[in-house]
Ligand binder design. Structure first.
Ligand code: FMN
Length: 325
């Protein structure tokens, strides 16, 4: 019988499938269901630095008194944090799979104090989701990237639970960012986050939110970098995210070298029982191939394991596909 247990960030997971950070994990009852259907871990919805700041500035409009305004600021930020802390504690006492907290941040300052409270509340690990849109044409890419290193440098002085960094897909050199984070104490990276994006409605002539869910074909960009990074930076754990909608995609990510695989859109679309069906596909496939454990096939098709690395490295269509007309 195939064994699905694996390790990620030094944590023991009973399966490699993690329910991604999102509203899916906002209720303890749902987290219990994910555990029952075989999820190896959950990542709680992010505590957003931006959300707290937004609420504070919104409340300020209703207060003419500095003292009252200070009180409201404190009340709102501590309640947000307190709710989050309560959620960690509630989830930890309800399930025995790892509960990973998540913070979305854009700077290396205010939120750092939250991190120690998250650790004290019992989170098994912290996923740090850093993203800001570079809107200053005069600021060089390297300056933006320095924030990642600076966050990691400060964070690892404050907490000792394992930390992973959930990265966006658009770095000039993702490997260098991963390496910089690893050097500063990261145990893992999540490749890649998928962000909220705008669309245009040509009838109403308005900017509208694009669909928030991914498609199965979105797996490919992630697959390439999991395959490359797992070979070139083997010391760090990779959790694959974006476009994993079925058991086959989950298998592909592990073959490419992922230690765990995160699923979000597919659970929103198909419900929590989809976890079980994805894991069934995995178990059956392992049986057919004769793999007894996840470790038996992890990375078996990454950059270093295949005879022809150009499959991962090739990026231009020219030459190879010139017969397509
Ligand atoms: C409704 C929704 C809410 C999300 N909220 C968060 C969040 O709070 N923090 C975060 O890091 N990612 C968040 N994500 C991103 C997901 O965790 C995931 O990385 C992304 O959807 C790609 O995975 P998928 O293709 O399996 O959907 C959210 C995604 C969706 C669809």
């Amino acid at each position: 019988m195939a064994k699905l247990d694996t390790t990620y960030l030094g944590l023991n997971l009973k399966s490699p499938l993690i329910v991604s950070s999102s509203g899916l994990n906002s209720s303890v009852e749902r987290i219990q269901k994910y555990q029952d259907f075989g999820a190896g871990a959950v990542v709680l919805k992010s505590l957003f630095e931006e959300q707290i700041l937004h609420e504070v500035s919104h409340l300020e409009q209703y207060s003419d008194y500095t003292e009252a305004s200070d009180y409201l600021k404190h009340y709102v930020s501590s309640n947000n944090v307190q709710e989050y802390i309560n959620m960690i504690k509630a989830a930890k006492s309800a399930v025995n799979i790892p509960v990973i907290a998540s913070i979305n941040c854009v700077s290396d300052s205010q939120w750092l104090t939250f991190a120690s409270r998250i650790q004290e509340a019992g989170a098994d690990a912290l996923e740090v989701n850093i993203f800001y849109l570079p809107l200053d044409p005069h600021r060089q890419a390297g300056e933006y990237e320095k924030v990642y290193a600076s966050i990691a440098e400060k964070l690892h002085k404050v907490i000792s639970i394992p930390v992973s960094y959930k990265l966006g897909a658009h770095f000039t050199n993702p490997l260098n960012i991963i390496e910089q984070l690893r050097y500063r104490g990261a145990k893992g990276v999540v490749l890649f986050n998928r962000f909220f994006e705008p669309d245009l409605d040509i009838h109403s002539m308005k900017v509208v939110p694009a669909t928030i869910f991914s498609n199965p074909s979105d797996i490919r960009y992630t697959l390439r970098w999991v395959g490359i990074a797992s070979h070139l930076i083997p010391e760090i754990d990779i959790s694959a995210s974006t476009g994993v909608h079925d058991g086959e995609a989950l298998i592909k990510m592990i073959l490419a070298g992922a230690s765990s695989v995160q699923v979000c859109s597919a659970i929103y679309r198909n419900g929590p029982q989809h976890i079980q069906s994805m894991l069934l596909t995995l178990t059956e496939w392992m049986g057919q191939k004769g793999f007894k454990s996840v470790a038996d096939f992890k990375g078996k098709l990454n950059l270093g394991a295949i005879p022809d690395p150009t499959h991962y490295e090739r990026s231009q269509f020219m030459k190879y596909f010139s017969n397509y007309e």
